[in-house]
Design a binder for this molecule. Structure first.
Ligand SMILES: *Cc1c(COP(=O)(O)O)cnc(C)c1O
Length: 235
């Protein structure tokens, strides 16, 4: 199957899952995760209708940026503060904000560029091994602190990941917990700098379940591009 075929297939399944939760396929944004894939593959996906792509590493964005057609770039992986300045003018949204320290650095760099950066707060609903993401109990404090202090940031929602390699059916509770946090803010008369729009959850293995549980942004790599070759990583 070609990249184009894969995207069409995902779009059909996305539509079906969205209908199950009273929405349509257009209510759910498909973001193509392109880590370890080439600029040529990325351009093929863009030609097939992909408008948004995501990388998990700053270096990969910087390396491929000039070779990829016009598209919206998302950063979805752990971000070190010393790398923020390399991507601040390249990405449209950072999904992986899980500390005030990181938010402050994003705020500072955004101000230097005269822009406002959209971010998602990464919540670790899996309460486990992953060292990334703020715990659900601490999410409110982080959201409010960023909103209060970071003029050059807009908090656009929540990102979460289910634990790796679990049955997608077993991922539902993790998605539900993220949805609860999302709903609380989405329903509010938005405070300044809090403008919840995205609930980023669902990957190749579990995007249909994630959509059924309310996701409106899925991050899909393998189902579009095939398996990643991690041996190429250190090139
Ligand atoms: C790699 C990655 C994805 C996509 O994973 P697939 O299983 O290939 O769809 C989604 N989100 C994050 C944060 C990732 O690092």
């Amino acid at each position: 199957m070609s990249i184009k075929d894969n995207i069409e297939y995902i779009n059909r399944r996305k539509e079906k899952a969205a209908l199950k939760s009273g929405r349509t396929g257009d209510d759910v944004l498909l973001v193509a995760v392109t880590k370890l894939h080439t600029a040529a593959e990325m351009n093929e996906a863009i030609d097939a209708g992909i408008t948004d792509i995501a990388e998990n590493k700053v270096q990969e964005i910087v390396r491929k940026y000039d070779d990829v057609k016009s598209v919206r770039w998302h950063l979805i992986g752990h971000l070190q503060t010393n790398k923020v300045r390399q991507v601040i003018d390249k990405v449209c949204m950072i999904h992986s904000v899980d500390s005030f320290h990181l938010a402050q650095e994003i705020d500072k760099r955004a101000a230097q560029h005269g822009l406002v950066m959209d971010i998602l707060v990464q919540v670790n609903t899996a309460h486990e091994d992953s060292k990334f993401g703020v715990s659900p109990e601490d999410a409110d404090e982080l959201i409010l602190k960023i909103a209060e202090n970071c003029e050059n940031i807009r908090i656009k929602g929540i990102m979460c990941m289910a634990p790796f390699e679990i049955d997608p059916e077993d991922a539902r509770p993790f998605f539900t917990e993220a949805k609860e946090i999302f709903d609380r803010y989405a329903a509010q008369e938005a405070a300044e700098r809090i403008d919840f729009k995205y609930l980023s959850m669902g990957m190749t293995n579990d995007y249909e379940v994630a959509i059924e549980e309310g996701s409106n942004l899925i991050r899909v790599g393998t189902a579009i591009f095939g398996n990643r070759d991690y041996r190429s990583e250190e090139k």
